[in-house]
Design a protein around this ligand. Structure first.
Ligand SMILES: [Zn+2]
Length: 81
């Protein structure tokens, strides 16, 4: 599928593909799977393809793990007084 003009930049190409993917998801009635990452300094949109739709972060290995570490450090700090 090609939705970009000849000579379009790679970014334009990716944006066009991404837009079509989002349009497809909305049309398919899956818009509730479109989420925003819960990491406060991230906020990226992502599509939750997990079976129980419980995904909270765009990438659990980066944002998810980063917040877990931050929460762990905050708890330790509180415990230490
Ligand atoms: Zn994120």
């Amino acid at each position: 599928m090609h939705y970009f003009a000849p000579g379009a930049s790679v970014a334009d190409h990716l944006a066009a593909d991404c837009g079509m993917a989002l349009a497809f998801i909305v049309v398919a009635g899956e818009q509730e799977r479109l989420r925003r990452c819960e990491a406060p300094d991230c906020g990226r949109a992502f599509v939750d393809l997990s079976r129980n739709r419980s995904r909270r972060y765009c990438d659990s290995r980066t944002c998810g793990n980063r917040l877990h570490v931050a929460a762990y450090r905050a708890r330790r700090k509180e415990a230490a007084g």
